[in-house]
Each structure stands twice: as C-alpha cells, then as structure tokens.
Write a protein that binds this ligand. Structure first.
Ligand code: PGA
Length: 246
C-alpha cells in the first residue's frame, strides 16, 4: 500500500547559513515514521548542502526543476544526470510557477518528466487549474490535459512518478482548497491513472496550495490524498514538522 509523502518546496529562497539551520533542525527532529517520508526540494546550488546535511537520515531531497535535454550546449540548464549525482531522489516538474512565469508547455513538462526518469529520479509532476478555469468548470479538463501530456510521453512509467495537484489559486495565497474540493480532483486523477496502469492505487498523489499545520490533517485524511507539497510553510522547521506529523 502507498505510504504518505510530505515534500518541502523552498522555491527561490534560502542561503548557506539559513539552510544549515533549517536542515539541521529537520534532521534532528524528524526521526522518521514508517508510513511517511519527508523530502525537501531545494534550489540547485544547494543540492550538495542538502546531501551533506541529510545523508544517512530518513529525509530525502531533490531539485525544483530539470532540463529536458540530456547534456550539451544549453546554457544555464541543469541536467537530470547532474541532479542525480547529488543523491537526489526527487525533482519537481511542471510547477505552476514554471508553467506560467517561464512559459513551460505541457510538452516541455512531459519531456522533463522523462528526462528525470531516465536519470533514475522520481519526478513530482505538478498539475492544477487557475481560478478562471475553476470558475468556468474546466478543472478536470485542465488537470487531465496536463497529466495526459505526461502519460502520452512516458506511458506506464507514470507509475514511477508522484503527482501533485496544486490549484494555482491556492498557491501562496493562504486560500487552500477545502478537503472535499481537493479530494474530488484527486479521485478524478486516480480514476484516470487506473485506465493507464494496474498499479494506480500505489501512485502517490500529493495536494499543494497553502497547506499549513492547522489544515494538513483534514487534507491528508482524505482517501486519495497521500501527503502534500508545501511551499511557504516548509521554510519554518516547526511548521513543516507539524505538517509532516499530521
Ligand atoms: P504554498 O506553495 O504552500 O506556499 O502555497 C505550494 C507550492 O507552490 O508548491
């Protein structure tokens, strides 16, 4: 049976000294729980620091983005093989900030997911609708279009990925989806995956968007919500630990 997973997404935050303090506190206070894994996705220049601080601990680490290309003349890009060299388990692909601010298309996100898998990383494929799409009643169409693009590229290997549903209107806004709203979309995603792979019941589906210590338990108790992708609240050790504890 699938366990739970709580992933911190630091976004473009941090610095050597702050990171040291945060990682040390997580390491000393998260002793691990059989059914719940904790991970942090840090800016690429700090992957070595996460590796040094967390090796041998029950906490995994990963990157927030990856190039769709394997290697070569792609100035400014970071290859999946490079990320893998720093002991990463995970990499986020298709976060809504990448899709909107950096104009990543569904096809690019799919290529990134494939590049991650080929380097032995677990892609955390982020999907989610913007407010206008929710208001227009097209949430399901949007998330299945985004996920479908990835599946059409990697096929049954979607079973090796994690999917994170993050309604864009809930990210960094303090306005979280209700457990019922989140569960409804997760159920749609699970049903879609069941048409693709026999092991859809084992794929971890995370919820993200203004998860805090005081709303985490209600969200994580839903049948198809297997944990969370945590932005702002993952920068404070006590808050992040409380969310993982939930
Ligand atoms: P938030 O971000 O928890 O700050 O809303 C979530 C995310 O962007 O992954």
């Amino acid at each position: 049976m699938r366990g739970k997973l709580v992933v911190g997404n630091w976004k473009m935050n941090g610095g050597l000294r702050q990171n040291d303090a945060l990682l040390a506190e997580l390491r000393s206070r998260w002793t691990g729980r059989g059914d719940c894994q904790m991970a942090v996705c840090v800016p690429a220049p700090y992957l070595w620091q996460a590796q040094a601080a967390l090796s041998g601990s029950p906490i995994a680490w990963g990157a927030q983005n990856v190039s769709e290309y394997a290697m070569g003349a792609f100035t400014g890009e970071v290859a999946a093989s490079m990320i893998a060299e720093f002991g990463c388990e995970y990499v986020l692909v298709g976060h809504s900030e990448r899709r909107t601010i950096f104009a990543e298309s569904d096809a690019t996100v799919a290529a990134k997911a494939e590049a991650a898998l080929e380097a032995g990383l677990t892609p955390i494929v982020c999907i989610g609708e913007v407010l206008a799409e929710r208001d227009a009643g097209t949430t399901e169409d949007v998330v299945l279009r985004q996920l479908g693009a990835v599946v059409s590229r990697i096929g049954a290997r979607i079973a090796q990925a994690v999917v994170a549903y993050e309604p864009v209107w809930a990210i960094g806004t303090g306005r979280t989806a209700s457990p019922a709203q989140a569960q409804a979309v997760h159920a749609v995603v699970r049903k879609y995956l069941a048409g693709v792979v026999a092991t859809a019941g084992d794929v971890k589906l995370l919820y993200g968007g203004s998860v805090k210590a005081d709303n985490a338990k209600a969200l994580f108790s839903c049948a198809d919500i297997d944990g969370g992708l945590i932005g702002g609240a993952s920068l404070k050790a006590a808050e992040f630990l409380a969310i993982a504890g939930a």
